[in-house]
Design a protein around this ligand. Sequence first.
Ligand code: GDP
Length: 714
Amino acid sequence: MAWRALTKKAFSTTYLSNCGAAITASHSLHATLPDVLLSSRVDLLTASRNLRSCWGIRNYHASVSLLSWRGRKAEEAPGLKTLGREKRVKRENKPHAPPVEAPYVPPKLKRQAKPTQEKTVEIFEGMTLIELAKRIGSSVKALQEILTSVGEKIGSEFDPITLDVAELVSMEVGVNVKRLHSEEGAILKPRPPVVTVMGHVDHGKTSLLDALRKTSVAAKEAGGITQHLGAFVVSMPSGASITFLDTPGHAAFTAMRARGAAVTDIVTLVVAADDGVMPQTLEAMSHAREANVPVVVAINKCDKTGADPERVRIQLGSEGLSLEDLGGDVQVVEISALKGTGLDKLEEALLLQAELMDLKARVDGPAQAYVVEARVDRGRGPLVTAIVKSGTLSVGQYVVVGAEWGRIRAIRDTAGRPAKLAGPATPVEIEGMRGLPMAGDDITVVGSEERARMLSQGRRKKLERERLERMSQENLDITAGEGDEADEVPQRVEVAVVVKGDVQGTVQAVADSLRSLNSPQVFVNIVHMGVGPISQSDMDKAQACNACIVGFNIRSPPSPISLSAKQANIKIFLHRVIYHLLEEMGKLIVERAPGTAETQVTGEAEVLSIFEVKSRKSKGPDVKIAGCRITDGRFTRTATMRLLRSGEVVFEGSCASLKREKQDVEAVGKGSECGLVIQDCQDFKVGDVIQCLEQVIRKPKFISSESGAVRIEC
Ligand code: GDP
């Protein structure tokens, strides 16, 4: 689930023993913090300190020894640091003299280890409070206190509790849950495979999906027009069917694809026969491997004159894919998405793979489903494309989806026909959600509206807690890293962004990609995300936060909005290709970054002779002038000079005089001779080397790798 997949840090175990009181404290905190947090970095830090003091539970443990023990523990616990100690260590290790070798490289920020993965416990219907306490690692009393505080009644710790109550308690404690649905006694029936198409950009993923979509029953029945649901079903003459996920194929949408992998049974790896294995082909292979999902290779563009499927086979084999032709179990099919050839063979291969996997699902009972895509329709409200993993979704059921809830008002199939039920592996669109969930969220059926509200509220609170924790942790990390090196590491500036996109999954993926541009110098703060065109309210938010607006896959805003954006000096970036968007945002971030002051050797000279002149002051020492030739770069009058003898620094000082043929000059270039006086330096020798040192501001760089991954390097 996406809400679980977010980077999180569990409450410290200290929380467990104090949860009753702590919950009250943290809840009141949530009510007031979010708005404060958005406003500025300073507020954030203050808030983070509040959080630490709140979650550190200092209020409830007055003993000095206990506090000091907690301090030590906090240092060991992920994410909770004692800054003072770290600072002391840094001061001791700080080098006294600058390195002899130029250029000077500022010390790298020492970042704390990231918090370890949050605990996840398995819960099941009818478990007792004792069992839950054991799994969470908490006391029964603490869990009972939580139950009382959320208004749930329980007889004794041996009484069975429902899955929903178990999840609610776990969430309050701060651990993730995995709901176990007992398949015991249930009738399992074969279900269609869910397939994701992956591969390198331009290898024909979209073309293949388009071609397959045309062969789908829905397309035939609806006269070739299907609604875009993020998934479609292809039915075979044999009666078997395959569900294809219509996921965006670009590499920067890795996050979304990774979420999609939770529902994917088989990956179709598209490789262009004329291009062969490329970085994103390898990336797709590793995604499939990590998700333990089998691959069926579709060698595309076989109609092209330069097509060489054999070469692709050899390349894939050498990348570790054990192809069927070479005695392995990965099927390879040659196709042309453009001409529509080989598609039937690909479908057969996918069905064969599914048969080998013996895909079965429980049809009866409450559904377990996932969100593939979510969008808002003006008339119908939030619409969610879901794929049922097991069980059956039906109209009228109360569902909790991620942190949102609703009552299923209508179910529609991919052809837009209303249905009463949705069985396993069938993509359907459900209507009736109160809010917009995220792609990858799980759909849980609950018994009543009250339950749905309660669970959604609990999940929202947990998400908010995690968001605040993450934000404060990030800022603490940066502050801790700055520590003693404050004069060397520049201030971190913030680039606030409002993200708008066509569907929820895209918005999430764009926001995730933008966050990957975070750096010690620039903090990309997503102040608002939403689905749909850029509205006046987005403009207001952007103006309030001094943010720019990023629109992905949406049309240009109407002229009044564009005009007011111009007047308010709000930048709007509209893109349809994620890489172009990241490139433009990367440029903006680099521009806004304060940069790092760096000493650079801008020139080097050799001392050829030494002259001595009388000081203008009557009692002052004679002034030594080094007669030099500039061997590299250029020397400037305002720079600092470094005198080197046999590679060792013997003196460093400011330039007191720079002359060329008895004329004072501001700069001397390579190959020229000049007379140079370094302030207070009397120790020149013929053969010495003088370096000219200048302070420059080095800006971070926008780096993009071949695989499409981007980052800002400071
Ligand atoms: P994606 O980026 O992987 O989704 O690739 P697209 O489906 O957008 O295809 C990229 C380009 O390859 C388009 O110009 C397609 O027309 C072309 N293309 C896709 N499949 C084939 C094919 O089977 N044969 C030929 N000749 N061109 C193809």
